[in-house]
Design a protein around this ligand. Structure first.
Ligand code: ASP
Length: 313
């Protein structure tokens, strides 16, 4: 067994970001999580710390870089699971915290609940003195305006039904998730995930990242985090399916590959990806999208291993 931290920067086409900007973010997140493991800390703290580094990059679709909904507002989901204790914390549709994954961990540690949503969760973040989210970045708003213009011209939109409903309700005047899985020195496993959701989502929409078993799951044998279209991930309970396969004896790679194969048969290509680690310290990501940049760093390794980059990079 070799302790390891693995992170991903989201499954998708990766047309909107320069991949050379993303690699240092992945490396930074891996080193930040590994600091916790190397000093004898817990997998859950390592996974959360690595996810915070991804949220704070402002480049990826989580924390500071979160995408916006149809009305141009940021609402975020996040989840944490400690495979050792079975503890879970999650938040849905929050707007206040800069680091939703940290709030998810507080839900696990401080409340009797698994999932807090919206106003109550935001109030807790404020009461705990958490840093406040400054609102969408210029880059995200640029993309939002581009998409709105496309819709106005009658162009294709992924969430056509949601868009038409928002328009009818007068909500429109027409004027990319991250995650980490870790195995610590004591053999404890954990998963952490955070997202701004999918761009142009209907206000109030909650994705897989807030739902244990869908966007994240961890036991004493395996830990997994998902990325892609949340609706598909929820319907297929992606993270739980992968961990179940590990529990039945498959190593991380086979468990991930088989599960994504099955999901692709049911829901088609360009829908999802999953990052997983097993109790031996094998880390793997499987996806049916063009790319899913991810990496891992084992205790004692000098340099991280990075993979899942788009072919053109
Ligand atoms: N799975 C996330 C969601 O649907 C999005 C992503 O992975 O980028 O909320």
């Amino acid at each position: 067994m070799r302790p390891v931290i693995a992170v991903h920067a989201g499954a998708g086409t990766w047309r909107y970001l320069r991949i050379r900007d993303v690699i240092p973010v992945i490396e930074r997140a891996l080193r930040s999580g590994m600091e916790v493991i190397a000093s004898g800390g817990m997998a859950v703290d390592a996974a959360v710390k690595a996810t915070i580094a991804l949220e704070d990059s402002g480049l990826l679709n989580a924390g500071l870089g979160s995408v916006v909904d149809l009305t141009g507002n940021v609402t975020m989901d996040a989840g944490v699971m400690d495979g050792e204790t079975g503890g879970i914390g999650a938040v849905a549709a929050v707007t206040y915290p800069k680091n939703p994954v940290l709030l998810a961990k507080k839900v696990m540690e401080l409340t009797d609940h698994v999932l807090l949503a919206g106003e109550g969760a935001d109030k807790l973040a404020k009461a705990l003195g958490m840093e406040r989210h400054p609102g969408p970045t210029e880059r995200v708003m640029g993309r939002y305006r581009e998409l709105l213009a496309k819709i106005k011209e009658g162009g294709a939109v992924r969430f056509r039904k949601s868009y038409e409903l928002a328009l009818k309700l007068g909500w429109l005047d027409l004027h990319d998730t991250v995650g980490a899985v870790a195995l610590d020195r004591e053999g404890r496993l954990a998963a952490a995930v955070s997202t701004g959701g999918v761009i142009m989502k209907f206000p109030g929409r909650v994705g897989d990242s807030a739902i244990p078993g869908a966007g994240f799951y961890a036991t004493q044998k395996g830990a997994a985090v998902a990325t892609g279209i949340g609706e598909v991930i929820i319907k297929s309970f992606l993270a739980l399916s992968v961990v179940r396969r590990i529990e039945s004896g498959l190593p991380a790679m086979e468990a991930a590959e088989r599960t994504i194969e099955e999901l692709t048969k049911d829901y088609g290509k360009d829908t999802a990806g999953v990052l997983v680690v097993d109790g031996e310290g094998n880390a793997w990501a499987s996806y049916n999208t063009e790319a899913m940049p991810w990496g891992f760093l084992r205790l004692g390794d000098r340099a991280p291993t990075i993979s899942g980059l788009p072919e053109s990079s």
